[in-house]
Ligand binder design. Structure first.
Ligand code: NAD
Length: 381
């Protein structure tokens, strides 16, 4: 079978779903690999590098989709792209089926199969295919780099002949995959890092990374992450008040705030309010990684960088992985390669789409012309 990757059509998207390296691995599984001419350019992969890795470079998206049995891409397809998904073809991509019902119906009408990379169950066995985590990790790292780029001082403290420099103070709100990556990056740059999460089980991880967990003076609420499958649940109004009170106490002292707080299926909770921004020192920076879901900060504008009246920069970009396209393409292409590995038990270049397999079933949004979303809950944790 042939696996092909088109050039991404979403404006500004620099990632690509196949790299020369992942193509070598896919060929070991018995597949022929195709790439649309120029598809890897923005991520730093030339057509020549693909050719050298044994990939056939195809001119034009129409030809690429036509010649491929399996199409791998990053962004959910446009309708024009999906119309090229004819009977028997399999699409593997970020797809967000819950928000893209029309696309799912269209793929089903066509008799195609769709594997949504964002639906890979978050169980240990599937970590190698967990593209949401690999992208969140990059976003967390890049948030710190972006903050540094907009901050007028060092992260690390220094004693120099010209004077003593205090270390920057960084607060990370939300210590999931992205938050932990931001903590690791800020600590490694020498900042003093504080972090808060509603899930108390992350305190140990935060502290083991060299940051300080911010505790609240609050005992009434049981913050039980296990009850929600490891994810956060909305906080009670009393807990939220305590949390905001703590943040108000910290705001004047923090140089950089990185917010990543999300609750599955909801708008981002508003945690960094206008008055907290007003309490911060001029030159401070906020990076809001929850911007796409409405933002954790009152002043965030999605996809923009704004400066408050008191001189605080607030960054609401939503394309952090694309800003590091070489890295993100490499990890995403590896996630896909691992998915193909599981889909190819005989390593003979033929897909065996086993709907009894929890991971494959969980990620399959459309199967041979039938919508199969939402999947049943996974049997194994
Ligand atoms: P996420 O992006 O949904 O949320 C980010 C963080 O925000 C979470 O840690 C959450 O607790 C926190 N948060 C929510 N409301 C908050 C508030 N009011 N104040 C402060 N923080 C708040 O989370 P994620 O990074 O996708 O992962 C979260 C969970 O999923 C963790 O338990 C993680 O271990 C688990 N996970 C498992 C796998 C796997 O096993 N394959 C992979 C990734 C993540």
């Amino acid at each position: 079978m042939k696996i092909g990757t088109p050039k991404e059509v979403f404006e500004g998207e620099a990632r690509v779903a196949m790299t020369p390296e992942s193509a070598l691995q896919l060929q070991k599984l018995g597949y022929d690999c195709l790439i649309e001419a120029g598809a890897g350019k923005a991520a730093g992969f030339t057509d020549a590098a693909y050719k050298e890795a044994g990939v056939t470079v195809v001119r034009g998206a129409v030809n690429l989709w036509k010649e491929s049995d399996v199409i791998t891409k990053v962004r959910p397809p446009t309708k024009t792209e999906e119309r090229r998904l004819t009977k028997g073809k399999t699409l593997i991509s970020f797809y967000f089926p819950g928000q893209n019902e029309e696309l799912m119906e269209l793929a089903a009408e066509k008799g195609a199969t769709v594997i949504a990379m964002d639906m890979v169950p978050r169980i240990s066995r599937a970590q190698k295919m967990d593209a949401l985590s690999s992208m969140a990790n990059i976003a967390g790292y890049r948030a710190v780099i972006e903050a540094g780029n907009n901050f007028g001082r060092f992260f690390t403290g220094q004693v120099t002949a010209a004077g003593k420099v205090p270390p920057a103070k960084v607060l990370v709100v939300g210590a999931g995959v992205a938050g932990l990556a931001a903590i690791g990056t800020a600590v490694s740059l020498g900042a003093i890092v504080y972090a808060f999460d509603v899930r108390p089980e992350v305190a140990e991880q935060i502290e083991s990374m060299g940051a300080e967990f911010v505790y609240l003076d609050f005992e009434d609420e049981v913050q039980d992450g296990a009850a929600t499958g490891g994810y956060a649940a909305p906080s009670s109004p009393e807990f939220r008040e305590k949390q905001l009170e703590k943040f108000r106490e910290l705001a004047p002292d923090m140089d950089i705030v990185i917010t990543t707080a999300l609750i599955p299926g909801r708008d981002a909770p508003k945690l960094w309010t206008r008055d907290m921004v007003e309490m911060m020192k001029p030159g401070s920076v906020i990076v809001d990684l929850a911007a796409e879901r409405g933002g954790n900060c009152d002043l965030t504008v999605m996809d923009e960088k704004v400066v408050s009246k008191n001189g605080v920069t607030i960054i609401g970009y939503t394309d952090f992985p694309s800003r590091m396209a070489t890295q993100s393409s490499t990890l995403y292409a590896n996630n896909i390669r691992h998915m193909m590995d599981d889909l190819t038990p005989e390593k003979d270049g033929k897909i065996v789409h086993d709907m009894e397999d929890d991971v494959i079933r969980g990620a399959t949004a459309v199967f041979k012309g039938k919508v199969t979303f939402p999947p049943p809950p996974p049997k194994v944790q």
